[in-house]
Design a protein around this ligand. Structure first.
Ligand code: PMP
Ligand code: GLN
Length: 387
């Protein structure tokens, strides 16, 4: 019995972020591994949560999301992108984007179905696909530009393909897929009658180019589930307020799962996030400006220390080529970094099925105070190439 349980969970893998954070704490390293801000979220949002708690908004929320929050989300999509979602039937508030991703796999996939995903991929996609009994089909984003080969993308689609999981802006590469790339995906979804689940949790963090929700492309609104999270935008990752927006039949299927996974999400934080989403324009513009400065500080510092890298267009990570340092692979490199240099990064092979494809890259997060990034760069000054 125990062996069966062990074999089953082995298929899910291990959260590399939790593991690297554990090591960072053990060695007293600067944690540029796990993507959480080490600075405060905005006061106006924290105050709104305190107010909601004091006003006794403390019982179960509406299953699919508190009316004030789903209204705010619906207005936001309409205002910024012209996307129309009925607040009461087409939006589901979840425990972070993580739960929305999980619900999507359980709602839409059965054993025998295939799911196309881009590699490197965010770790939970692979795990949730396994939990749903579906089979992942990986399409590699080729370094250093992290673009797919259109022929490889096309050949990943077949009659068993049920959905594609897109992530833009992309973790870990920082790519913001452009319109022509999204058009390739849309054409294949229409041709093969495939759903698109798109993880857009970093859509507010774009430094170069523009984010286009794939739901806007012709024919895609009916077959797209757009997933988002307030954790990144408001630097409050611990609140775990995410959401999925999709046409009514797809939302109904998601909610059929959500009602028995978490049922409903923390009520006072939903009230606070409703306030946050409708927050002042200056908050969002300064968010991007501050992130651009953090990105530039880290990218310039890493380049000066011998890493190979290009500035990411979006999200808050950079993939750096560690081959100049002469380690056997990314895991050896990151182990040395956390144990000896005192900086935690994520070995990028953790994001690949074909681990060798990522074995020369490390992921550094820049959702950190400039002092934190500076402290990491100072420590990295002691890094020497192995001879
Ligand atoms: N998707 C991506 C691409 C992420 O990077 C993360 C977390 N950083 C999530 C989903 C999970 O988001 P949440 O914390 O809202 O569950
Ligand atoms: N998404 C965050 C990252 O990419 C981590 C979230 C987590 O630890 N599950 O680093």
């Amino acid at each position: 019995m125990n062996d069966r349980a062990a074999a089953r969970i082995r298929g899910f893998g291990t959260s590399i972020f939790a593991e690297m954070t554990r090591l960072a704490n053990e060695y007293g390293a600067v944690n540029l591994a796990q993507g959480f801000p080490d600075f405060s979220g905005p006061d106006f949002v924290k105050e709104a949560a305190v107010e909601a708690i004091r006003a006794d908004r403390n019982q179960y929320a509406r299953m699919a999301g508190d009316p004030v929050l789903v209204q705010a989300i619906s207005h936001d999509y309409a205002d910024r992108f012209g996307l129309c979602f009925d607040p009461l039937t087409e939006i589901t508030v979840t425990a972070g984007a993580t739960e929305a991703i999980h619900c999507a796999f359980l709602a839409f996939c059965e054993p025998g179905d295939e799911v196309v995903m881009l590699e490197p991929y965010y770790d939970s996609y692979r795990a949730c696909c396994t939990m749903a009994g579906a089979t992942p089909r990986f399409v590699t984003l080729h370094a250093p530009e992290f673009r797919w080969d259109p022929a490889e993308l096309r050949s990943a689609f077949n009659p068993r393909t049920r959905m594609i999981l897109l992530n833009t802006p992309h973790n870990p590469s920082g790519r913001v897929f452009d319109r022509s790339e999204l058009e390739q995906i849309a054409a294949l979804c229409l041709e093969h009658d495939v759903l698109c689940v798109t993880d857009e949790v970093y859509e507010r963090l774009v430094f170069d180019g523009t984010h286009t929700p794939i739901a806007l492309l012709p024919g895609m609104a009916d077959r797209t589930v757009t997933i988002n999270s307030t954790g990144k935008t408001f630097s409050l990752t611990g609140w775990k307020i995410g959401y999925a927006a999709a046409p009514r039949p797809l939302s109904a299927a998601l909610q059929a799962v959500h009602q028995f996974v978490t049922f409903a999400v923390a009520t006072p934080f939903q009230h606070a996030m409703a306030r946050a989403i409708a927050g002042p324009a200056e908050y969002f513009s300064s968010l991007t400006a501050e992130y651009r400065a953090r990105r530039d500080l880290l990218v310039e510092g890493l380049a000066a220390r011998g890493f190979g890298l290009a500035p990411p267009a979006g999200a808050y990570f950079v993939l750096a080529d560690v081959r100049p340092f002469g380690f056997a692979n990314d895991v050896e490199f990151c182990r040395h970094l956390v144990e000896t240099v005192g900086v935690a990064a994520v070995p990028a092979s953790a994001f690949y099925e074909n681990r060798a494809a990522g074995a020369f890259l490390a992921r550094f997060a820049f959702c950190k105070r400039p002092e934190t990034i500076q402290a990491a760069l100072e420590r990295l000054g002691s890094l020497r190439a192995r001879t």
